[in-house]
Structures are given as structure tokens and as C-alpha cells.
Design a protein around this ligand. Structure first.
Ligand code: TYD
Length: 221
């Protein structure tokens, strides 16, 4: 969808909401920035939904348990399960909210599959992207905020027992990080890359400045 489509309004067709995805390695601080963004959106009078992948639906929470805290899952099965979670999430939560004019903020979306399964697991980024696009019916975020964090810094920030993906070693997380950055570099208009080691308030300001610049939220206050 173009910015022109988004701003087109008519009495019978509500303005579509904006889809913002947060991505990044483990320990990048996505939750903190999502909480800040919800306050910003509320201050701008927006209605919004905050959700996450994997999870975000009842089915998704069950898939999440299997993917993150269950036993072995083969690489292809893992990619398909993340895609199944996403398909259901888009059909039952994200698309209905956008069509009702609500903004949607999602903690992870298709780029996590491309980076973790495509690059991390070396399944092939193009194949995993196609799988994800099929799952979402072609829906892409309007903006993806990539909180970029060095792998050792992210790992040090983590608390608790590592989940199945966090526990990966042998260059896995380096490949994930490099691929996230490559995705952002390829499409700068659809991405905002922020250094996740900056103070939280500064990161929040960079994100707010970018959103103001889009013009999606009115006059830019
Ligand atoms: P989560 O607890 O949400 O981690 P974080 O707080 O870092 O977001 O766990 C999600 C994990 O699942 C994370 O390690 C990334 C991984 N993941 C994939 O491998 N592929 C995907 O498509 C998604 C959505 C997540």
C-alpha cells in the first residue's frame, strides 16, 4: 500500500491503520520501545493493538510453547510453524484491526523468520520470505523498526533460562543480525535502524521523529 492509498479516505471506507513491526536480536529492548510507542500513539489520539509473534492468538501461544520451550523441531518444521502462527495472526488479529482503522504494533513479524530461519538456520532467505508472504497474503509492515544490538550485548541483557532459539551457538546469532541489517539496507524507505545501545529515551525519540516524518499521524506534533 502506498502513502497515497493510506491517506485516501471516504465516508464508507475508514482510513486503514498503520502496521509497525519491531525486530532485532534477543535482548534488543523491543518491549521497552513498544511500551514507549504505545504512549506516543495514545498521546496522538490513535487506537492501536499491540501484539507479538510467535503468539498473539490462542493458537499462536500454543505454537510458541512448542517452538520456544518444547523438544527438538526440525529446521523446516520450525519455519512452517512460525509461518502458521503468522498466517493465523494476520487473518484473525492484524488485518481486522488495520481494516477497522487501528494501528498495529507487532513485536516481531516476517523479518524474524527471514533472519532466524532463512539465515540463522541457513534454509534460504528467499524461500523463507516467499513462505512468509504466502502466510500473510502479501501483507508487509508499513514500517519496520530494527533495534540493532551486538550479539554479546544482547545475550548479556537476557534474563532467565534461554529458549530454544536463544540457546543457538556457532555463529547463528551473528548471521541473524547481519541479515536483519541487510534487509534494512535493501529497503531504507520501509525500515528504521536504531542502535539499541543508545539510551532508551533517545531511541524513543528517533522512532517518534521518523513517525512524524511519515505524515501518517497528522500534522506532526
Ligand atoms: P521472544 O521471547 O519473543 O524473544 P524476544 O523477547 O527476543 O523477542 O522469543 C521469540 C524467539 O523466536 C526469538 O528468539 C526469535 C524467534 N523467532 C524466530 O526464530 N522466527 C520467527 O519467525 C519469529 C517470529 C521469532
Amino acid at each position: 500500500m502506498t502513502a497515497q492509498d493510506r491517506s485516501a479516505t471516504s465516508s464508507s471506507q475508514p482510513r486503514r491503520g498503520v502496521l509497525i513491526a519491531f525486530e532485532g536480536g534477543d535482548g534488543a529492548g523491543k518491549s521497552t520501545q513498544i511500551a514507549r510507542l504505545t504512549r506516543w500513539l495514545a498521546a496522538h489520539g490513535r487506537e492501536f493493538v499491540v501484539t507479538r509473534e510467535p503468539g498473539g492468538t490462542e493458537l499462536g501461544e500454543r505454537v510458541r510453547e512448542v517452538l520456544l520451550h518444547g523438544g527438538a523441531v526440525s529446521a523446516r518444521a520450525e519455519a512452517l510453524l512460525f509461518a502458521a502462527d503468522r498466517a493465523h495472526h494476520v487473518d484473525t488479529v492484524i488485518r481486522p484491526a488495520l481494516e477497522a482503522g487501528q494501528d498495529v504494533i507487532t513485536d516481531r513479524f516476517m523479518d524474524s523468520s527471514i533472519a532466524y530461519q532463512g539465515a540463522g538456520r541457513a534454509l534460504g532467505a528467499d524461500e523463507v520470505k516467499d513462505l512468509s508472504l504466502w502466510a500473510t497474503g502479501g501483507l508487509l509492515p508499513d514500517l519496520t523498526v530494527l533495534l540493532d544490538v551486538a550479539v554479546d550485548v544482547g545475550a548479556a541483557r537476557r534474563t532467565g533460562h534461554p529458549d530454544r532459539l536463544e540457546a543457538e551457538v556457532g555463529g547463528f546469532h551473528e548471521r541473524v543480525r547481519a541479515h536483519f541489517l541487510a534487509l534494512a539496507q535493501a529497503e531504507p524507505a520501509r525500515y528504521l535502524v536504531v542502535d539499541a545501545s543508545l539510551p532508551s529515551a533517545q531511541i524513543g525519540q528517533v522512532i517518534a521523529d521518523r513517525l512524524v516524518a511519515t505524515g501518517w499521524f497528522g500534522s506532526g506534533t
